[in-house]
Write a protein that binds this ligand. Sequence first.
Ligand code: FAD
Length: 484
Amino acid sequence: MTTESPTILSAAVLDALGEIVGRDNLVYGPEELLVYECDAYTIEKQLPNVVVLPRNTAEVAAVVRLCAEHSLPIIPRGAGTSLSGTVLAVTGGVMIALTRMNRILQIDYRNRRALVEAGCVNAWITQAVKARGLFYAPDPSSQSACTIGGNVATNSGGPHTLKYGVTTNHVLGFEMVLPDGEVCWLGTRPEGGEDVAGFDLRGAFIGCEGMFGVVTRVLVGLSRAPQSFKTMMGVFESVDEASQAVSDIIAAGMVPGAMEMMDQLITQAVEAAYHFGFPLDAGAVLIIELDGLAAGLERQAARVIEICRANGAREVRLAKTEAERLELWKCRKRAFGAIGRLSPNFLTQDGVVPRSKLPEIMRFIRACSERQGLRIPNVFHAGDGNIHPLILYDERDPEQVRRALAAGHEILAKCVELGGSVSGEHGIGVEKIDFMAIQFTAADLAAMQMLRRVFDPGQRCNPHKMFPGSKRCSDFAPKKQAAA
Ligand SMILES: Cc1cc2nc3c(=O)[nH]c(=O)nc-3n(C[C@H](O)[C@H](O)[C@H](O)COP(=O)(O)OP(=O)(O)OC[C@H]3O[C@@H](n4cnc5c(N)ncnc54)[C@H](O)[C@@H]3O)c2cc1C
C-alpha cells in the first residue's frame, strides 16, 4: 500500500497540481516546506512532498481526485496548531492547507447561524457577530489562530466548554470532499431545517482527526451572548485547595461558564510576560467566570467567593471592568506563549480525570517532575478535569527528550488509572497512539477502523494516526549502514 513507504511525487503530478490551484498556490521547495514539517507537537517532524493551497471546494475536489488516481496520501491541514502531531505527514504526501479558504460566507441572524469556509479562524466568527449580541461558543485558547476545519476535525473545546459544550454541540453541518474526490454535505444544510433524518454522520465525522476527508465549508450555530458576567480570580496557597474549591462549586449546583487553574510556575511565567498583577507567591490561581442573566448573578458570585474562602483562598478578586475581564482572559489564553521564557521546548499533555481526582493527579505530576528532573507547569480546564501539564525540555538534549516523553507517558497512564482519558480535546495524532490499546479493546478499535473505511476505504487520508500499528516517522528515516 502506498502509505507504507515514503511518498514519491512525479514532476507530472506536481505540474497537474499546479494546473488545478495555480503554481503560486503550491509550496514544494525544501526550505518553504519546513513550515509544514510539524504542528505544535514538535518532537516528531517530517516534510510533506508538496503543500497545496486551494481557494474553493472545486479545487479541493480536483486535488483530491488527482491524489486518488495516483494513490497518494493526503493530509488536510488548518493552522497547524494541533498539539498531538495530528497533521504530521508521516510518509510525506500531499498536504491540503485550507488557510486560503477563510471567508465568512453568510450570517443568518434570524436562524442564528453562520456559513464559513473551513480555513476561517475561530475568533473571527465572534468578532463578526458580537455587535448583534451573538457569539460562537467553542473557544480554544488557540482561537486567534486555529481554523474551524481543524476544530471540527479535533472536536475542539476551550475554557468555556464547561458550560457551553464542545465543537460538536455547535456545528450544524458541513460540506466535505471524500477521499475519492466526491463532494457531499453532512448534517444540516445552510438552507435547511435543523433536523436531519437518518444516521448522524456529521457527529461521526467530528473528531476524526482528518482521516475521513477534507472539510471545505461549515455551518455553525451562534449563541446569544450572556447579559452579564462575574469574573473572579481566586488566590490559593495550594493546587489541592483550589481543586477542592472547583469540586465544591459544582457540588453546590452551580455551572460557571469557566473554571481555569494556573499553578505557581505558570502564574509566574504569565505575570513576567503580560504584567496583569497575578500574585507570584500563590500556590494556585483559579479563574472563575459566572455568566447569564444579571438577576441572581450577584448572589451566585457571593456563594462562589464563600466556597473559595472556605477552601483557604487568601483573596478572591472580582474583575471590576469589562476591560479587566478581557485582559484576564487574554493572559489565560496566552499562557502557553509565556513558556518561551522558561524553556526552549515544551510538550503539552491533555489528560482527563474525574474532577474529584484533580488533587491526586496534580500530586502525581509534581512527583513525576521530580523523578524525571524536568519542570512541569500546569494551566488547565479545571472545571472539566482536563489537565494540561506542560513538560519543559530542550530538544537539543536527547536525554531530556527521552525524559519528557517518559513523563508524558506516566501522566497519561495515571489519568487512565484514575478513571479518566488520555485526551480531552487535543486528539490522539501520532503522540498518543500507544495509549489507544490501553483505553480501548481490540473490538472497539476494529469498529473504529471499520467506520474509517466507510469514509476512506484506501486509508490514504491522514495515514498513520490514532491506530496502534501505525508507522512512525523514524520508520522512514534513512537507516545507518550496519558495521561491516
Ligand atoms: C497555544 C495553544 C492552545 C490550544 N488550546 C486549545 C484549547 O483550549 N482547546 C482545544 O481543543 N485545543 C487547543 N489547542 C489545540 C489546537 O489549537 C486545536 O486542536 C485546533 O482545533 C486545531 O486547529 P487547526 O486549524 O490548527 O488544525 P490543524 O492543527 O492544522 O489540524 C488539526 C487536525 O485537523 C485536521 N484538519 C484540519 N483542517 C481540516 C479540514 N479542513 N478538513 C479535515 N480535517 C482537517 C488535520 O488533518 C489534523 O488532523 C491549542 C493549541 C495551541 C498551540
